[in-house]
Design a protein around this ligand. Structure first.
Ligand code: C6P
Length: 404
């Protein structure tokens, strides 16, 4: 595996920022796109643009077939048993809201939802809204100082009223890889369904929803080298069949009269209105790109980046890393004594290095540590040790300036 060959396929990685070669360490927020994905979207708009599922004309049929073949590519990649289990959405947030709305319709007052203390706001707020609306109870699985979930406590939280457990596979602010196998097993033992927030996972792990046996799996295209504005909700077929539609409009109907509507079959029942066609096709291209790579070698490379960055950062006086779980992916969140994360992020940017600063849409995690936010470097497989060296050298330069 040659990282330089992989890097060569990502044009943005070769630009300069503030007169310095870009070091892109904000992959948790969004990843860069390979040329093949950019070209595929351009090709759609140049040669193939038409609406889908609606036309008898050639362009429409071609666009429909390309969109549906992207769905099939994604189904194969994540190990779903049928393409009807792959719902195109706007992204992780939209996927979770779909479940909160539609699965939520099957819940009764007094039912319970369990989430964890390390969730992204997108996997907190929809459940708070649902619980308020339906008079259900939201329970929180706590974490320890290292940023690991206290799985033993799950046994006390789960009851015969638990209808859903919604947890993140990987924490975006701490990097923790959660033991979702164990969570799914425990939840299924009490008859609860499980939603996994996979926004940070499909790009870092070999995710197989069939083997995991989760009931729902949500992720965004833009974090895994695909376009923005498109994502996936995987759901088990029998569950999706039971759930009412999310939004009403075109494509999700079988027949409409002025009095009544009957709904389309899966997956279209959950895809109201003209979808992000270019996005879906582009996401298919991102999965084609990923399937040509040796994922296990790349996971090893990312682990090496994480270990190397952790080791180098720990040498810096007054630097504290938040998120030190035993199983972690390539995210390092840290603070440096006597400096504000925003100032560090701004000065790193002046030196061409892109990191994210702030609460990373996980305010409860920041409240747990009693901090306003962190500096977060999140790596993808196209990053290198040399780039980490540049960040460390930049920090060595910046810290004395900020402490003066
Ligand atoms: N986290 C980050 O910088 P959307 O915005 O729908 O594509 O993804 C939301 C989301 C949900 N869950 C997790 C675990 C996430 O990390 C994210 C997005 C970005 O960490 C932007 S806040």
């Amino acid at each position: 595996m040659n990282i330089n060959e992989i890097r060569a396929q990502f044009p943005t990685l070769h630009r300069e920022v503030n007169g310095k070669p870009l070091v892109y360490f904000d992959n948790g927020a969004t990843s860069q796109k390979p040329q093949s994905v950019i070209d595929r979207i351009t090709q759609y708009y140049t040669d193939e643009n038409a609406n889908i599922h609606r036309g008898v004309h050639t362009l429409s049929q071609e666009a429909t077939s390309n969109y549906e073949s992207a769905r099939k590519t994604i189904q194969d990649y994540i190990g779903a048993s049928s393409e009807v289990e792959i719902i195109f959405t706007k992204g992780t947030t939209d996927s979770i809201n779909l479940v909160a709305h539609s699965f939520g319709e099957l819940m009764q007052a007094g039912d319970e939802v369990v989430i964890s203390a390390m969730e992204h706001h997108s996997n907190i707020v929809p459940w708070q809204m649902l619980c308020e609306k339906k008079d259900c109870k939201l329970k929180i699985l706590p974490m320890n100082e290292q940023g690991e979930l206290l799985l033993d406590e799950l046994d006390q939280l789960l009851t015969d009223r638990t209808k859903l457990v919604a947890v993140t596979h990987i924490s975006n602010s701490l990097g923790t890889i959660n033991d979702v196998d164990e969570i799914i097993r425990k939840a299924h033992n009490v008859g609860a369904k499980v939603l996994i927030d996979g926004a940070q996972s499909v790009q870092h792990l070999d995710v197989d929803v069939g083997k995991l046996d989760c009931d729902f799996y949500a992720f965004s295209g833009h974090k895994l080298f695909g376009p923005t504005g498109v994502g996936i909700l995987y759901g088990k077929r029998e569950l999706l069949e039971q759930m009412p539609p999310y939004q009403g409009g075109g494509d999700m109907i079988k027949e409409v009269t002025l009095e009544k509507t009957t709904y389309n079959t899966l997956p279209h029942k959950f895809e109201a209105g003209t979808p992000n066609i270019a996005g879906g096709i582009g996401l298919g291209a991102a999965f084609e790109f990923l399937s040509k790579l040796d994922m296990s070698a790349l996971v090893e490379h990312e682990q090496d980046l994480l270990d190397y960055a952790t080791e180098q950062l720990e040498k810096i006086d007054g630097l504290k890393i938040y998120g030190t779980a035993k199983t972690k992916t390539s995210v390092v969140s840290f603070l440096i004594e006597g400096t504000h994360p925003y100032d560090v992020g701004t000065l790193l940017d002046k030196l061409g290095i892109a990191v994210r600063t702030g609460h990373h849409c996980t305010q409860p995690v920041m409240q747990f540590y009693n901090i306003p936010g962190t500096i977060r470097a999140s790596f993808a497989f196209y990053n290198t040790r040399e780039e980490i060296d540049r960040m460390i050298a930049a920090l060595d330069r910046i810290i004395p300036m900020l402490k003066d």
